[in-house]
Design a protein around this ligand. Structure first.
Ligand SMILES: [Zn+2]
Length: 596
């Protein structure tokens, strides 16, 4: 898969406080940072982020991890996506992981082929646009400049059943079908896109992964998208994101619209921070992606029933994802208008004014729920509460918003906030969270080995001092200790940031639980590194004495039976003096500690 050396470089380069504080408000508290846990509801912060140790831990619900784990849990990202996200922020490029199956290997091998095919098609369509006065007229008629058309790499698919033949020497290429550019039917091949203005869809790395096509004349369907292909997954991509990135950062805001024509028209009029979903409803991947880029998300929909329905879907998807400091808004345009027509008719200033004044998430949520409610009867009010409840419970990372909405719903339903709270969180039922695992009860073992493990977790450099051969291999914590010591020594450094690497090393292993709890325990350990070192040395001496005493006992048993050889007699005598010396040193250490 992805090489360990890359993960190590990455984790050494990023700062977990930076990563977490993009989503959670953190306050300095001693050596660590504290915030309200994004994975469970709480009123006093128990979510702790350690800049020195480079991990987070919640003393309330037990979530624990490094920067990679945080992005996975918070953004519902897969492992590789989280790595990519983190790497992009650190200006690093993730090496492509090794394929897991032969099919994947084959697909991977084909991918450059597919990307090249799409790229070639884009160039072909762009060249066609230059030679088509009709398509140019159409774009001009929609108020688009040549500059904008070039920026979005717009093109034109000619009105020809096999137009791409002119762009590809070999029209029978399998990749043309795999990319969704050509349709094969009963042995015949023809172009999917004909007589359409072509909008290339780019992924985050700038590769063309799909096309949207808007018919130039009056054909049907008006809009046609690439089908899902190995390159193109509609629920993950957003049209215009590549071009909008800068403007989104500058404005701190992103406007989500429905059509690619809207994105291009808005950019033409100076509203550069718009992106479009691609003929699908808003997905959690879309929302998570955008929340990482912008502080404010504004969904823009038509004001008609279909628009309201789509907006409701976007709201439902966003509730578990949007934190308190990243507000969501819903902008409904007058009926019959889309962002394209609106901005052309009223100008950018009016549109941006509307954007700023758009309904907040809570306004939209309450107005929708109220519209269906009957407050005149107890049953009607109860039904209102029942409808509101799943939405309130889904607000998991915005505790302040959740509280205010709960109060408002309670007020409307004639219940006190406490009464409503009782209905909302019946004992044991946890609402949806960012994949936070249910807290498992952990009882720290009382063994010497656990105590050593927690010291190594606190100060990795102590690993070098521990002779793990002295520990009792029967305990799982001894095995964990052996593994962590071996790993830290293989790293060759005792830097505290290596805690984040330890998490990587133990992720999904049998000893993850023990190691992560030892790390969490180290946050509460009130010991300096020197004190921990003294403790470790003292403990090891005691273990050594215990081990030698065991051996002495077996010598004594055999001595009593007259079974000791001459050599063994000497070894026995040596061991007696060794134990005596060790015990004296232990006592001297103890006196030294008292004098300090
Ligand atoms: Zn928590």
């Amino acid at each position: 898969m992805i090489p360990d050396s890359f993960k190590q470089d990455l984790l050494n380069r990023v700062d977990i406080v930076d990563v977490v504080s993009r989503y959670v408000r953190l306050k300095k508290g001693g050596a660590n940072f504290l915030g309200l846990c994004p994975f469970h509801n709480e009123k006093t912060p128990s979510f702790t982020v350690s800049p020195a140790k480079q991990f987070y831990h919640c003393f309330g619900c037990g979530v624990h991890g490094n920067a990679i784990g945080f992005l996975m849990a918070y953004g519902s990202l897969g492992y590789v996506d989280a790595l990519k996200e983190l790497a992009a922020a650190a200006g690093m490029q993730v090496p492509e992981p090794q394929p897991r199956t032969p099919e994947e290997a084959e697909r991977r091998q084909r991918e450059p082929d597919l990307v090249a095919t799409m790229e070639k098609a884009m160039h072909f369509y762009r060249a066609q646009l230059k030679g088509s006065p009709r398509a140019i007229e159409y774009l001009k008629g929609r108020g688009l400049s040549g500059e904008i058309a070039a920026r979005f790499r717009l093109g034109y698919a000619p009105d020809d059943w096999q137009g791409l033949k002119a762009g590809f020497e070999d029209y029978s290429l399998a990749s043309l079908v795999e990319c969704g550019l050509v349709i094969e039917n009963e042995g015949k091949r023809y172009d999917r896109f004909r007589d359409r203005v072509m909008f290339p869809i780019f992924n985050a790395r700038g590769a063309v992964v799909g096309f949207g096509g808007r018919v130039v004349g009056s054909g049907e369907p008006k809009y046609l998208n690439s089908p899902e292909t190995p390159l193109f997954e509609k629920g993950r991509e957003l049209y215009g994101l590549l071009q909008a990135r800068e403007a989104i950062r500058a404005a701190g805001r992103v406007l989500v619209v429905e059509g690619y024509m809207d994105v291009v028209a808005l950019a033409q009029f100076g509203v550069g921070y718009a992106v479009a979903t691609l003929g699908t409803a808003t997905t959690p991947v879309h929302v998570a992606k955008l929340l990482r880029l912008a502080d404010e998300l504004v969904f823009c929909f038509d004001g008609d029933a279909a628009g309201r329905k789509a907006a409701w879907r976007a709201l439902e998807v966003s509730l578990p994802l949007a934190p308190d400091h990243k507000p969501l808004r819903f902008l409904f345009l007058p009926e019959g208008e889309d962002p394209d027509s609106f901005v052309r008719r009223h100008g950018a200033a009016t549109l941006e004014q509307r954007v700023r004044e758009a309904e907040t998430l809570s306004q939209f949520l309450l107005s929708q729920l109220r519209a269906e409610a009957d407050f005149a009867t107890a049953e009607g009010r109860a039904r209102f509460v029942a409808m509101a409840r799943p939405h309130l419970e889904n607000i998991t990372v915005a505790p302040a918003l959740r509280m205010q909405l709960t109060n408002e719903v309670g007020r409307l339903a004639g219940l006190s906030a406490e009464e409503l709270q009782r209905i909302l969180a019946p004992s044991g039922r946890q609402p949806y969270r960012h994949q936070a695992p249910a807290k498992r009860e952990f009882r720290a073992p009382s063994t010497t080995e656990w105590k050593l493990l927690s010291r190594v977790a606190a100060y990795p450099s102590l690993a070098a001092e521990i002779d793990t051969g002295l520990t009792d291999a029967a305990f799982p914590e001894s095995q964990a200790l052996r593994e962590i010591c071996a790993y830290l020594e293989s790293l060759g450094v005792g830097r505290e940031a290596s805690q984040a690497l330890v998490i990587e090393r133990f992720r999904d292993t049998a000893h993850a639980d023990l190691v992560f709890h030892a790390q969490a325990h180290s946050l509460e350990l009130r010991e300096s590194e020197d004190e921990s070192r003294a403790f470790v040395r003292h403990t090891l001496k005691k273990l050594e004495i215990a081990r030698k005493n065991d051996q002495l006992k077996s010598y004594e048993e055999r001595l009593a039976r007259g079974q000791l050889s001459k050599d063994e007699h000497r070894q026995y005598a040596d061991m007696i003096s060794e134990v005596k010396a060790l015990e004296q040193r232990l006592q001297a250490d103890a006196r030294g500690a008292v004098q300090q």
